[in-house]
Design a protein around this ligand. Structure first.
Ligand SMILES: Nc1nc2c(ncn2[C@@H]2O[C@H](COP(=O)(O)OP(=O)(O)OP(=O)(O)O)[C@@H](O)[C@H]2O)c(=O)[nH]1
Ligand SMILES: [Mg+2]
Length: 318
């Protein structure tokens, strides 16, 4: 029976968790390795629906954020996948896509949904922390804290990382940052803002041996750019424009997925039981697997900044 690995999309409502999941699934290139990612029927249908919806929104000349991308990111939705190796299921995967509202809940809340959220978070070994990039760079302290809520994410991480026996990967994925990916100087602004505003979380990572973090700015849309914050009403609004000369073209979302999958496979391999290990050794399966994993991991873009224990994401070449 193949193992199961849990991952969770984390971030307040509207940061772009579901959009990221839909674009990463769509953008992922299966061709390059012995591994294959297959979605369950429901997951495949839902994520394709989300992607189609996005592409339709983007045919309109003016861009208005739509509200939740898929009906039903209420509570926690389980998006199920499996990784196949040489045609056989190697690992079952669940991505928990949460309703962002859960992030703001009171930590001591006894509410059923929040308890379920904390339990599922405890099971997850990869956390995809989705950050609204426009607010990260341009938002004032109050707006930034409201919309990205890093304090609450820190409070959730502290108990999770206390278990020294379990390794974790944190992917800090920045969305809505098309405007800052144009040149090295602007990219630097984005990175500096991230390191300043997530300092407490990055300090936590620096003290731990059991966690690695990767900063991955992505384009989920690629053709919509932040222009300014409209502060006239009480509820500040971010104004984006649809760039007519650019295509809807996600970028680097597949990298987030590749980092997540490589880590899941590494952990899975590390925790095989002795009997399984022996059988694999006798059948000479380890070498082939290791080579495939190493090829898979080599297709990761290595220009992203790494925090914490970088050795946790390295695949040894044997
Ligand atoms: N400009 C821009 N808009 C984006 C981007 N990613 C998502 N959006 C918009 O942000 C809105 C919210 O995106 P969702 O993916 O539904 O956000 P979520 O984090 O899943 O939100 P909840 O499910 O409510 O927690 C959608 O209208 C998207 O069109 C991006 O990279 N750039
Ligand atoms: Mg959602």
């Amino acid at each position: 029976m193949p193992n199961q690995t849990m991952m969770m999309m984390i971030g307040p409502d509207g940061v772009g968790k579901t959009t990221l999941l839909a674009t990463m699934y769509h953008q992922f290139d299966q061709q390059q390795s012995g591994f294959e990612l297959a979605a369950s029927k429901d997951t495949d249908a839902d994520l394709k629906e989300a992607y189609l919806k996005l592409s339709k929104i983007l045919t309109q000349p003016t861009f208005t954020p739509t509200g939740p991308l898929l009906r039903g990111t209420a509570g926690i939705v389980e998006r199920k996948f499996e990784i196949l190796f040489q045609g056989k299921t190697e690992l079952n995967l669940v991505f928990y896509d949460i309703a962002g509202g859960l992030i703001h809940a009171n930590m001591d809340s006894n509410h059923h949904d929040f308890k379920e959220f904390k339990n599922k978070l405890e099971e997850s070994i990869v956390l995809i922390i989705v950050i609204d990039g426009s607010i990260l760079v341009e938002g004032d302290e109050l707006l930034f804290n409201q919309r990205n809520n890093p304090q609450q994410i820190y409070k959730l991480l502290v108990p999770l990382l206390q278990n020294e026996k379990q390794d974790h990967l944190l992917l800090f994925v920045i969305t809505k940052c098309e405007a800052w990916l144009k040149n090295a100087k602007r990219k630097n602004l984005l990175e500096t803002a991230f390191e300043k505003r997530y300092k407490v979380i990055l300090n936590l990572l620096a003290q731990k041996n059991n966690v690695a973090g990767v900063l991955i700015p992505v384009k989920t849309l690629g053709c919509v750019e932040f222009t300014h914050i409209d502060s006239r009403s009480k509820n500040k609004k971010l104004i984006f424009v649809r760039k007519p000369n650019l295509k809807f073209q996600p970028q680097n979302t597949d990298q987030a997925l590749r980092y997540a999958l490589a880590f899941a496979l590494l952990q899975h391999d590390k925790h095989r039981n002795k009997w399984n290990r022996l059988m694999r050794w006798i059948r000479d399966e380890n070498v082939v697997f290791q080579q495939a994993l190493s090829d898979f991991a080599d297709a990761r873009n290595r220009s992203f900044k790494i925090y914490g224990n970088a050795s946790l994401i390295e695949v040894s070449k044997e």
